[in-house]
Design a protein around this ligand. Structure first.
Ligand SMILES: [Zn+2]
Length: 301
């Protein structure tokens, strides 16, 4: 297979997106499999070895509860022509719609991996692996956590700063400026507003509903945050309640006392509001973030 054919095969994957809901199962399995090829692992992996890795990735980077369906992509990726299974015929011959259960996959040691032609092409070309991995993280995760996703799957070197992005949809460069102005150039969580001359340091415009989920480049879908709060917001460590704009933190966030207390001091507090009502975050965007990104359970009041 040529480079282009391999890239095409990955571009053609069905259901990368499921409407507004984040569909990260296939992307995370593909990234995991790419990482294995990169590390010269065999063509296929036993479900029993893949399962704990996928579970952890979905818990960390998927919507809340998505890890319970961690076996779906191991089966459904076949339909995209990107995945081959090895195992007993009574499982392999099932119709595409009837995925085996977790137990069936475990007990039968079903193996899965890229088809040989794709595996061989990737194995011979680590740059191709990096290109495909880069496209996948760009399509599914905001910039603040892309490197974390690549690190977690073991493709730490794959992020390239010169990547082209999605040619179909360009970000609006005015978004950042408008959001920062709306919040008077300070973090809506902690008030951070450090500058060098006129230049803000470590201040970013966070999308509430991710750009990757077709969130709009409009001020009511943005909040000014320092880079630390932006990152933990994108990882689902806290959500913002519509109407009261209170910040509610996840029980999954922890650390040494000093570090976590500094962060958790904002639990239950109202965020710093923008300077005009029209800039307030829309509740539909906050709801999307609470459902698709925030990691339940929330800490008690
Ligand atoms: Zn902050």
């Amino acid at each position: 297979m040529t480079q282009d054919e391999v890239v095409q095969a990955f571009n053609a994957i069905r259901v990368w997106h499921n409407g507004d809901r984040r569909a990260v199962h296939k992307p995370l399995l593909v990234l995991l499999a790419l990482s294995r090829v990169n590390a010269s692992a065999p063509q296929t992996i036993d479900w029993n070895d893949a399962e704990p890795l996928l579970k952890e990735l979905l818990e960390e980077f998927g919507p809340d509860g998505s890890a319970s369906t961690r076996h779906y992509p191991f089966w459904h990726l076949q339909t995209d022509g990107l995945w081959q299974l090895a195992g007993p015929a009574y499982i392999l011959n099932r119709p595409a719609g009837s995925a085996p259960t977790l137990t069936e996959l475990r007990q039968n040691h079903v193996h899965g991996g890229f088809p040989l032609a794709i595996y061989s092409a990737l194995k011979a070309d680590s740059e191709l692996i990096a290109t495909i991995a880069q496209r996948i993280v760009e399509a599914h995760f905001p910039e603040s956590i892309r490197q974390d996703v690549l690190d977690a799957v073991g493709l730490a070197g794959a992020e390239s700063p010169t990547s082209s992005g999605d040619p179909q949809r360009r970000r609006n460069p005015a978004f950042r400026t408008k959001v920062l102005l709306a919040y008077q150039y300070r973090c809506a969580v902690c008030g951070h507003d450090l500058r060098m001359g006129q230049q803000s340091i470590g201040l970013e415009a966070a999308h509430i509903k991710w750009f990757q989920a077709h969130g709009a480049d409009e001020v009511p879908n943005g909040i000014a945050m320092c880079s630390l709060h932006h990152k933990v917001f994108d990882l689902g460590a806290f959500k913002i309640l519509p109407e009261t704009y209170q910040m509610v933190f996840s029980q999954h966030l922890n650390g040494s006392e000093a570090a976590s207390q500094r962060m958790l001091a904002y639990h239950g507090c109202g965020m710093i509001l923008p300077q005009a009502k029209e800039y307030l975050p829309h509740s539909a965007n906050l709801d999307w973030h609470a459902k698709q990104v925030f990691k339940n359970p929330a800490r008690p009041d």
